[in-house]
Design a protein around this ligand. Structure first.
Ligand SMILES: [Zn+2]
Length: 145
């Protein structure tokens, strides 16, 4: 029988024997809650969750979009995949960098794959630009000598 963790969240249909599962184990949840997208679920029962937030810049009286990213425990019964929108909540530290746990799968982010690909591409472009600039700089230095 899954445990009721409160917050009006229903336990997942599947069961698991993970002791660090808030529904089927002994892990207690508390603290802050966030909703984000799973960026990576490659680590063992760990997911990287990212979401955007808006931060004010007082000097310019404008707002800036910032990204927050953290690691969360991914219990077997939830088994969130990359691109899933999940709700996470604080818990006791499970490892050096992990003190959140996924408690609910809300849905899928639309066009997640496309977004990731675009991000990769822009990273590659930036890197290419930097190397090209560095090469140019080197060329100039050589010409001056
Ligand atoms: Zn479970």
């Amino acid at each position: 029988m899954p445990k009721n963790i409160g917050l009006g969240i229903e336990a997942p249909k599947e069961s698991c024997n993970d002791n660090n599962c808030p529904f089927h184990g002994s892990l207690r949840v508390r603290g802050r809650q966030f909703t984000g997208v799973v960026k990576s679920a490659k680590m063992h029962r760990t997911a990287t969750v990212e979401w955007t937030r808006v931060a004010q810049i007082p000097k310019y009286e404008r707002y800036e979009k910032k990204r927050s990213k953290l690691k969360a425990h991914n219990p077997k019964c939830i088994n969130a995949a990359e691109g899933d929108v999940v709700r996470i909540i604080g818990c006791r530290p499970l490892s050096k960098t992990k003190n959140f746990v996924i408690i609910e799968k809300i849905g899928r982010e639309k066009l997640f794959k496309e977004k990731m690909e675009a991000e990769e591409e822009s990273k590659a472009k930036e890197w290419k630009k930097e190397t090209e600039e560095a090469e140019e700089q080197e060329g100039k230095e050589e010409a001056e000598e």
